[in-house]
Write a protein that binds this ligand. Structure first.
Ligand SMILES: Cc1cc2nc3c(=O)[nH]c(=O)nc-3n(C[C@H](O)[C@H](O)[C@H](O)COP(=O)(O)OP(=O)(O)OC[C@H]3O[C@@H](n4cnc5c(N)ncnc54)[C@H](O)[C@@H]3O)c2cc1C
Length: 532
């Protein structure tokens, strides 16, 4: 039986590996440079930045991926007319596969900047190549090959943290579990790694990290590079949620030099949505991750640059009317003529004393396949009554024994869309506890054992043996980082906007910014959840 990545190749082979006609190669020849490679030479190598994408003019090239034991596995052999490349080449990131010349090869090398030109200038060919780039990444994501190997148990909180981070950034990764894999055990013994230092992360470039932060990992695997402090962008966008990515697509497609910064992953809150059904044009619904990946790739196609993960810590508008300066958490600086603030919202946390000790292992703010796998076959609890809670409940119900929904109010009508209320009512293993709040969490070593709930009507406390709790209790504007910037916030932290806003910091309206979005400075504008 074919495994999932191979099914993709079998069913979409012609789309994944398009062969260009001589006339098409002739048209794009101006974008590249002809190069020759001897038989056996490594044209590109996993973990290293390739010179670009390639169109094979003569000869054959084996494309291999590395499995979790670093052994090569053949994906495809390219021949004349084949296009060689993957999404990594669109943004000049390290390659996720190896390309080795089987025989003497001549190829047209197209550097990343010219590849993006090709995608925009050549509508039909560009579409075929973009589709191939995306399908190739999807296949790598399914096999996990090409990215880092995480050595640690599936239930280790830090393994979950790093897997979640890579997953949300659409970066392939694999796990070696020391409980079942002798190589993983040998590695841990060889480097005398204590449980506290797990997981180990083996990077494609050979580096080995011990329980890294997300930012450390991202730097080692080349997801994010240093920014040029002397460059002045036309637009810098803080936040790569739906608002930030939409702004990036429109700014970049108008030819503005555009930089998008996000401290975590592209997609923002929407990336966590199990199924978005109210977005125009998707009658069968689409997962938030898939929708946001499309937007992310679309923005890059138009040459928007991505700096993810990179957290913006401060915004300064110099008094001499120079560029706006953004200072990042790692002290790097970015200069831009205008800034779009799309930093959205951050999840509200439950007012329970020991909550932090369970976050990441037993308390979750996302319901993605990763969390669903953790909870498989168990009963889980979910707090919330909005659309995100409803979507998560329906998604989890298919994958767990039972979902207990804990709802503060006496109905869902005021806060949830009708289609979700009906779906919940029709799902036999979702049970709603109305007029109820979580009063305490019991457990130890980061593992939840029970959730205590109190009824508002009777004040009775009930203890439920639950090991996984999902929180979808709304969000607050993510605007703390604007402190000291001079941008006016209201008492709830929303950015003050609008024609009627007469705060002391309104300088003047830029006639190109609609009044509804005009804020304190004419060069900065706000978008999305951070906006009131
Ligand atoms: C589980 C879930 C399901 C949902 N389902 C739906 C649905 O079906 N339909 C619907 O219409 N809406 C849905 N929503 C709501 C929708 O996702 C949000 O309205 C939308 O994501 C808001 O977009 P945004 O870009 O304004 O902000 P966000 O999505 O919050 O994105 C903001 C981004 O900014 C980044 N950021 C914040 N501060 C900084 C900083 N200082 N530096 C750098 N980056 C920063 C964050 O990491 C984040 O990625 C759902 C939300 C959730 C959580």
């Amino acid at each position: 039986m074919l495994s999932s990545p191979d099914v993709l190749i079998a069913t979409r082979h012609h789309q994944m590996f398009p062969v260009l006609e001589a006339s098409e190669i002739g048209r794009i020849a101006r974008l590249g440079e002809r190069r020759t490679y001897a038989a056996g030479s490594h044209i590109f190598t996993t973990g290293e930045v390739a010179v670009g994408a390639f169109v094979l003019l003569s000869g054959r090239v084996d494309i291999t991926q590395r499995n979790r034991h670093a052994e090569p596995e053949l994906i495809v052999t390219h021949g004349p007319g084949s296009f060689m490349g993957e999404l990594a080449q669109l943004s000049g990131r390290p390659s996720l596969v190896d390309g080795v010349a089987r025989e003497p090869v001549e190829a047209l090398v197209i550097p990343p900047s010219r590849l993006r030109e090709l995608l925009v200038e050549e509508a039909e060919l560009g579409e075929r190549i973009m589709r191939a780039l995306i399908l190739r990444r999807v296949r790598l994501l399914r096999s996990g090959a090409g990215g880092p190997v995480i050595v640690g148990g599936a239930d280790n909180t830090d393994v979950l943290r790093l897997e979640g981070f890579l997953e949300r950034n659409g970066h392939p990764h694999q796990r070696l579990d020391p409980n079942s894999d002798p190589c993983a055990r040998a590695l841990i013994e060889r480097f005398q790694v204590t449980p506290r230092k797990l997981p180990l992360v083996l990077c494609p470039n050979g580096a080995m990290l011990r329980n890294p932060t997300e930012v450390e990992l991202a730097r080692y695997i080349g997801m994010v590079a240093s920014l040029d402090p002397d460059r002045v962008y036309d637009v810098a966008i803080v936040g790569a949620g739906p608002a930030g990515l939409a702004a990036a697509v429109y700014a970049a497609s108008e030819g503005l030099s555009t930089l998008v910064l996000d401290c975590r992953a592209f997609g923002g809150q929407a990336g966590a949505s199990a199924r978005i059904e109210n977005y125009l044009g998707f009658p069968t619904g689409i997962t938030g991750a898939a929708l946001m990946a499309r937007a992310y790739n679309q923005a890059q196609k138009f040459r928007a640059e991505m700096a993810i993960p990179d957290e913006v810590g401060r915004l300064d508008v110099p008094t001499n009317a120079g560029c706006i300066r953004l200072t990042l958490a790692n002290a790097e600086q970015v200069r831009s003529r205008s800034v779009v603030i799309a930093s959205g919202a951050r999840y509200r946390r439950l007012g329970v004393q020991n909550l932090a000790s369970f976050e990441g292992s037993s308390v979750h703010y996302w319901a993605s396949p990763l969390e669903a796998q953790l909870c498989g076959g168990q009963e889980v609890a979910l707090v919330g009554a909005g659309n995100s809670a409803g979507q998560a409940a329906v998604y989890l119900a298919d994958r767990v024994a039972k979902v207990w929904m804990i709802v503060r109010g006496h109905s869902l009508d005021a806060s949830m869309s009708r289609y979700l209320i009906e779906r919940i009512a029709a799902t036999r293993n979702i049970q709603i506890m109305y007029n109820t709040s979580v009063s305490a969490l019991d457990g130890s070593d980061g593992l939840l054992q029970a959730v205590r709930c109190r009824s508002h009507l009777s004040s009775d406390e009930r203890t439920c043996a639950i090991r996984h709790l999902f929180l979808f209790i709304g969000a607050d504007p993510n605007t703390d980082w604007l402190a000291g910037s001079g941008i006016a916030l209201d008492d709830r932290g929303f950015i003050r906007t609008g024609a009627n806003f007469q705060g002391p910091l309104v300088v003047r309206h830029n006639h190109r910014i609609p009044y509804r979005h005009a804020i304190s400075y004419d060069a900065a504008c706000a978008r999305g959840s951070a906006l009131r």
